[in-house]
Ligand binder design. Sequence first.
Ligand SMILES: [Zn+2]
Length: 373
Amino acid sequence: MPLVPLRLVLDHAAENNYGVGAFNVNNMEQIQAIMEAAKETDSPVIVQASRGARSYSQDNYLRHLMLAASELYPEIPVVMHQDHGNSPTTCFSAIKYGFSSVMMDGSLMDDAKTPSSFDYNVGVTREVVQVAHSMGVSVEGEIGCLGQVGHAPVAPKPGTSKPHDADLEKEPGDTDGHDLSLEKEPGDTDGHAPTSSTGGMDSSHLTDPDEAEQFVAATKVDALAVAIGTSHGAYKFKHKPTGEVLKMTLIEEIHRRLPNTHLVMHGSSSVPEDLQEIIRKYGGKMEETYGVPVSEIQRGIKHGVRKINVDTDCRMAITGAIRKVFAENPKAFDPRDYMKPARDAMRQVVIARMTAFGQAGNASKMRAAGLVR
Ligand SMILES: [Zn+2]
């Protein structure tokens, strides 16, 4: 089956009240892990690549790996999504390489770190929507600013709609796909060292429901990323998040106003304790940290969240598995000795998320409904 647009999958998810995990990839094994998980759970899937991932793997490799996935798993509807496109140019090059969905993140300027104005965001996003829709490609926009712990909020610059952290050298983000530069690999969340004292974000970073409404009306995006207190990377919260730092009520408010817009939660890894433990047990260093509980994501899914970005959990599964092999078998040097367990560990995480988000069992329903061939 050819790659399908994001809109098709999220419309089905909305009609049937489920969410769809969007998993980041950089290489073949990650794509294989996701596709095997999708097959086992009968799930439609969203595979996404950040700018850094595209740079790391090269577009041609990525394109053909995804074509291979759609050939090998013809029964699975697959979306290939550009995560955090920083400019229309980036989105258009993704479309050229066969992506069926793009995110135009106009909440920042094209350097992916300078806060933009609302008008700028509307302008670039609308430009991408016009081109993408004419080619059957879906568009995700972002309004509000995803945060990171440990950075004190700064006052908004005059003329900017959003008070982003000005000192986000390294990115708001990163792990779930933002990258500040093509050299610096996404995932460089190291910028967000576990030095947080805030355990959350200042509310001034959160999505304003009024702006969200205006933005959707002006741009006609298919999906909207909202900032509700999550951040990218492993170090999201110092303590188990409460409603004070993770504003699920804001999701509910935005959904009330935009019942027909698919909401996207970024930075939604759960950073499970058992994966942290495996990494520590086999020599890794991870400070105590908390992610977004799956139960909170499920609450979001009841209120319009349809796409849930997960990257860190998959990275942790891979790293833990590789560390374990090296610790237990120092003689191993065949990459398959550690890449197979790594791939399997990621597959298990993806299966768990697909099941929890409710997308499991829906690939065949989409086919039965005639939505995909
Ligand atoms: Zn993101």
